[in-house]
Design a protein around this ligand. Structure first.
Ligand code: GTP
Length: 628
């Protein structure tokens, strides 16, 4: 059950590598989408805090503007009092304006004439470095640079180049020109920054962020930052350009050397002031960091588990696959061994040096050589000596050129008997193309070959006399004609027809006639020389080919023997049979004469012999024939 499940898994997962690629893609995909989610959460967290900072900046700016509008009104009201009531009235004003430390009237030389703080009288306040710049903006509330000290009497303007750490005390001077009748008087107030800083600190805890208030020109007025330097000129050109161009916006900056903050700013609608609200990015991302950590703690172990499981499965499946492949290979080897052992065909395996390295049982059965007889020997062991050198050269040429040879070999068994084998020899090459083995498969086709020879014999021989028939005669005659032309020798073609054979048949029957035919055929065959051919071409007609004649007369002894053989009596049981033969002879070469014409000529000559009284022969002579 388990192995079937694994087999199915292997089948369905395709290649193991493909499976691992799939798992890696899956893990990468999940990791990528998790990373993207974390990234999106971060972007959203930052965007959310930008929105919060923007809302807070707006609220604080609103508070600041409202406070200053109220202050402006207070200053106008206070300035309408005559100088006699001013001192006590200023005190009353201060009681209702907690953001003010003092309120003073200036003379035309910017020197304090009257003040809620008598110590201020005589102090020169100056009208430079105020925003908006005077004197055309004299009747607006103008914001000065921060001063050190609690009030004009104990303080001094802070120079930009040397901002002072005055977290302990400091104030912001404000000027306002007010018309009283035809007189213009200038009111100066000392604004207490702590009033605002406390308010801002209550709205925005220090670990969340900081609030800065700047003039339009970038001079820092107040801040909830403990490292704040009042009067410092902000150097960030881009920031200064932005706040001078747009009312609100956001950006990122680095504070305290390495702390990134998300800053939202909002410019006052009525006063040359900008509120900058900075949220520590660390704080903005704290929730995101925690959630991301939780998400990663959930996803990472799952991915790790998937990877470990997949790797284990991969290794396991590979091992199972390797075992299965080994088992399949073993099965194949077993099958090959079975085929090798039980094949009905003889198998010879030779190495590259053409030495036998293995043979099967069929080899021993067919050849009679045992495995031990054959090992280490050249397959020439079976050579019969029946084939020419050219034959072997051709075998090797084809084997090395085309990789195989197929054909028939005459071989010799261990007991010396010849046998015909039908054989396929293959050259087995290694990966680099070098020959490693020669494998021969052969079967003993001797019985088949014999049957084939029998059939061929039947097809070419007369069944009664066993002499060559007309077909084989034609073949032999063609060969003899070629041979005679090549050697420049004569051949004689003799047409023999028995005389009076019909009478034998008629008197004693066909069977007796057959016996006579067989006997005379054998006698005539014996009368010939070796190399000559006697064929029966039908009934009592025979044709003889006499080869290798130097001259025409050389055939005469053979012809005589032939006629004598045909005319000799034959004892058949108690009967004596006797016929004779008439023969016609013609010679070759003759110009323009083929085999059929030769037979025709001999036939005609034989006809003349019959006419001449039988039991004789006649040489074909064209003129004589024409005369006859
Ligand atoms: N027994 C036997 N007779 C055959 C065979 N084939 C043909 N014959 C006979 O052989 C005879 C040949 O005829 P002819 O050559 O005219 O007879 P013939 O008596 O020799 O005549 P001439 O040649 O003129 O002397 C015919 O009677 C055929 O029937 C055969 O295979 N066996």
């Amino acid at each position: 059950m388990k192995s079937r499940l694994i087999a199915t898994l292997v089948q369905h997962l395709g290649s193991h590598l493909g499976f691992m690629v799939f798992v890696l893609l899956f893990v990468t995909g999940v990791a990528a989408s998790t990373a993207y989610t974390v990234y999106r959460m971060r972007v959203e967290a930052l965007a959310q805090h930008v929105a919060i900072a923007t809302v807070q900046a707006r609220a604080i700016e609103d508070h600041l503007t409202q406070s200053l509008v109220l202050l402006d009104q207070t200053v106008i009201n206070a300035s309408q009092m005559n100088s006699g009531e001013a001192s006590w009235s200023f005190e009353g004003v201060l009681r209702n304006a907690p953001a003010l430390r003092s309120i003073s009237l200036l003379d035309d030389k910017q020197r304090i004439m009257f003040s809620s703080n008598p110590a201020n009288v005589g102090i020169r306040v100056g009208a430079d470095d105020y925003l908006p710049p005077g004197p055309e903006n004299c009747d607006l509330l103008r914001i000065g640079r921060p001063w050190s000290g609690r009030d004009f009497a104990s303080g001094a303007p802070i120079r930009t180049l040397q901002p002072a750490d005055l977290s302990a005390s400091g104030f912001i001077p404000l000027l306002r020109c007010v018309r009283r009748g035809d007189q213009v008087i200038t009111v100066a107030v000392a604004l207490n920054p702590d009033y605002f800083i406390n308010y801002y600190s209550a709205r925005l805890a220090g670990e969340v962020g900081l609030v800065d208030v700047l003039r339009y020109d970038g001079i820092q007025l107040m801040s909830t930052d403990e490292q704040f330097l009042p009067g410092e000129q902000r150097q960030d050109e881009r920031f200064l350009t932005r706040i001078s161009e747009i009312e609100s916006g956001s950006f990122e900056q680095v504070l305290h050397g390495d702390q990134t903050v998300i800053s939202a700013f909002r410019a006052s609608r009525l006063f040359p002031l900008v509120v900058v609200l900075n949220v520590w990015r660390k704080h903005a991302l704290a929730t995101w960091a925690a959630e991301s950590q939780r998400l990663l703690l959930m996803v990472a172990p799952v991915l790790l588990a998937v990877l470990v499981l997949a790797t284990w499965l991969y290794v396991h499946l590979r091992r199972v696959g390797a075992l299965q492949a080994e088992a399949r290979q073993r099965d194949r080897d077993r099958l090959a061994a079975t085929v090798f052992t039980h094949s009905r065909e003889g198998i010879v395996i030779a190495n590259a040096d053409v030495r036998i390295v293995d043979v099967n049982e069929a080899f021993t059965r067919i050849t009679g050589y045992s495995r031990e007889d054959a090992l280490g020997k050249n397959p020439r062991l079976l050579s019969s000596g029946q084939h020419s050198r050219e034959f072997y050269v051709e075998v090797w040429r084809k084997l090395l050129g085309e990789g195989y040879w197929f054909g028939e070999f005459w071989n010799r068994r261990k007991n010396g008997e010849l046998f015909v084998s039908q054989i396929t020899i293959s050259a087995v090459r290694g990966s680099r193309g070098e020959i490693q083995n020669f494998v021969s498969l052969f079967s003993d086709i001797t019985p088949m070959k014999e049957r084939q020879l029998q059939l061929e014999h039947i097809a070419h021989h007369d069944t009664l006399t066993r002499l060559p028939n007309r077909a084989l005669l034609a073949d032999r005659l063609r060969q003899a004609m070629v041979h005679s032309q090549r050697r420049g020798q004569l051949l004689a073609l003799v047409f023999v027809d028995l005389d009076g054979f019909k009478a034998v048949n008629d008197s004693y029957g066909h069977d007796v006639g057959d016996v006579l035919l067989i006997t005379l055929a054998e006698r005539m065959r014996i009368a010939l020389r070796e190399g000559d051919t006697l064929a029966r071409i039908g009934g009592d007609e025979f044709v003889v080919i006499l080869v290798d004649l130097e001259q025409r007369q050389d055939c005469e002894p053979v012809l005589e023997r032939l006629l004598q053989a045909a005319a000799a009596p034959v004892q058949e049981r108690k009967r004596v049979l006797q016929v004779s033969a008439s023969a016609g002879v013609t010679f070759y070469p003759q110009a323009g004469v083929d085999a059929d014409q030769l037979i025709h000529q001999a036939d005609q000559a034989m006809y003349l012999a019959k006419q001449a009284g039988k039991n004789c022969y006649r040489i074909y002579d064209e003129e004589e024939f024409v005369r006859a």
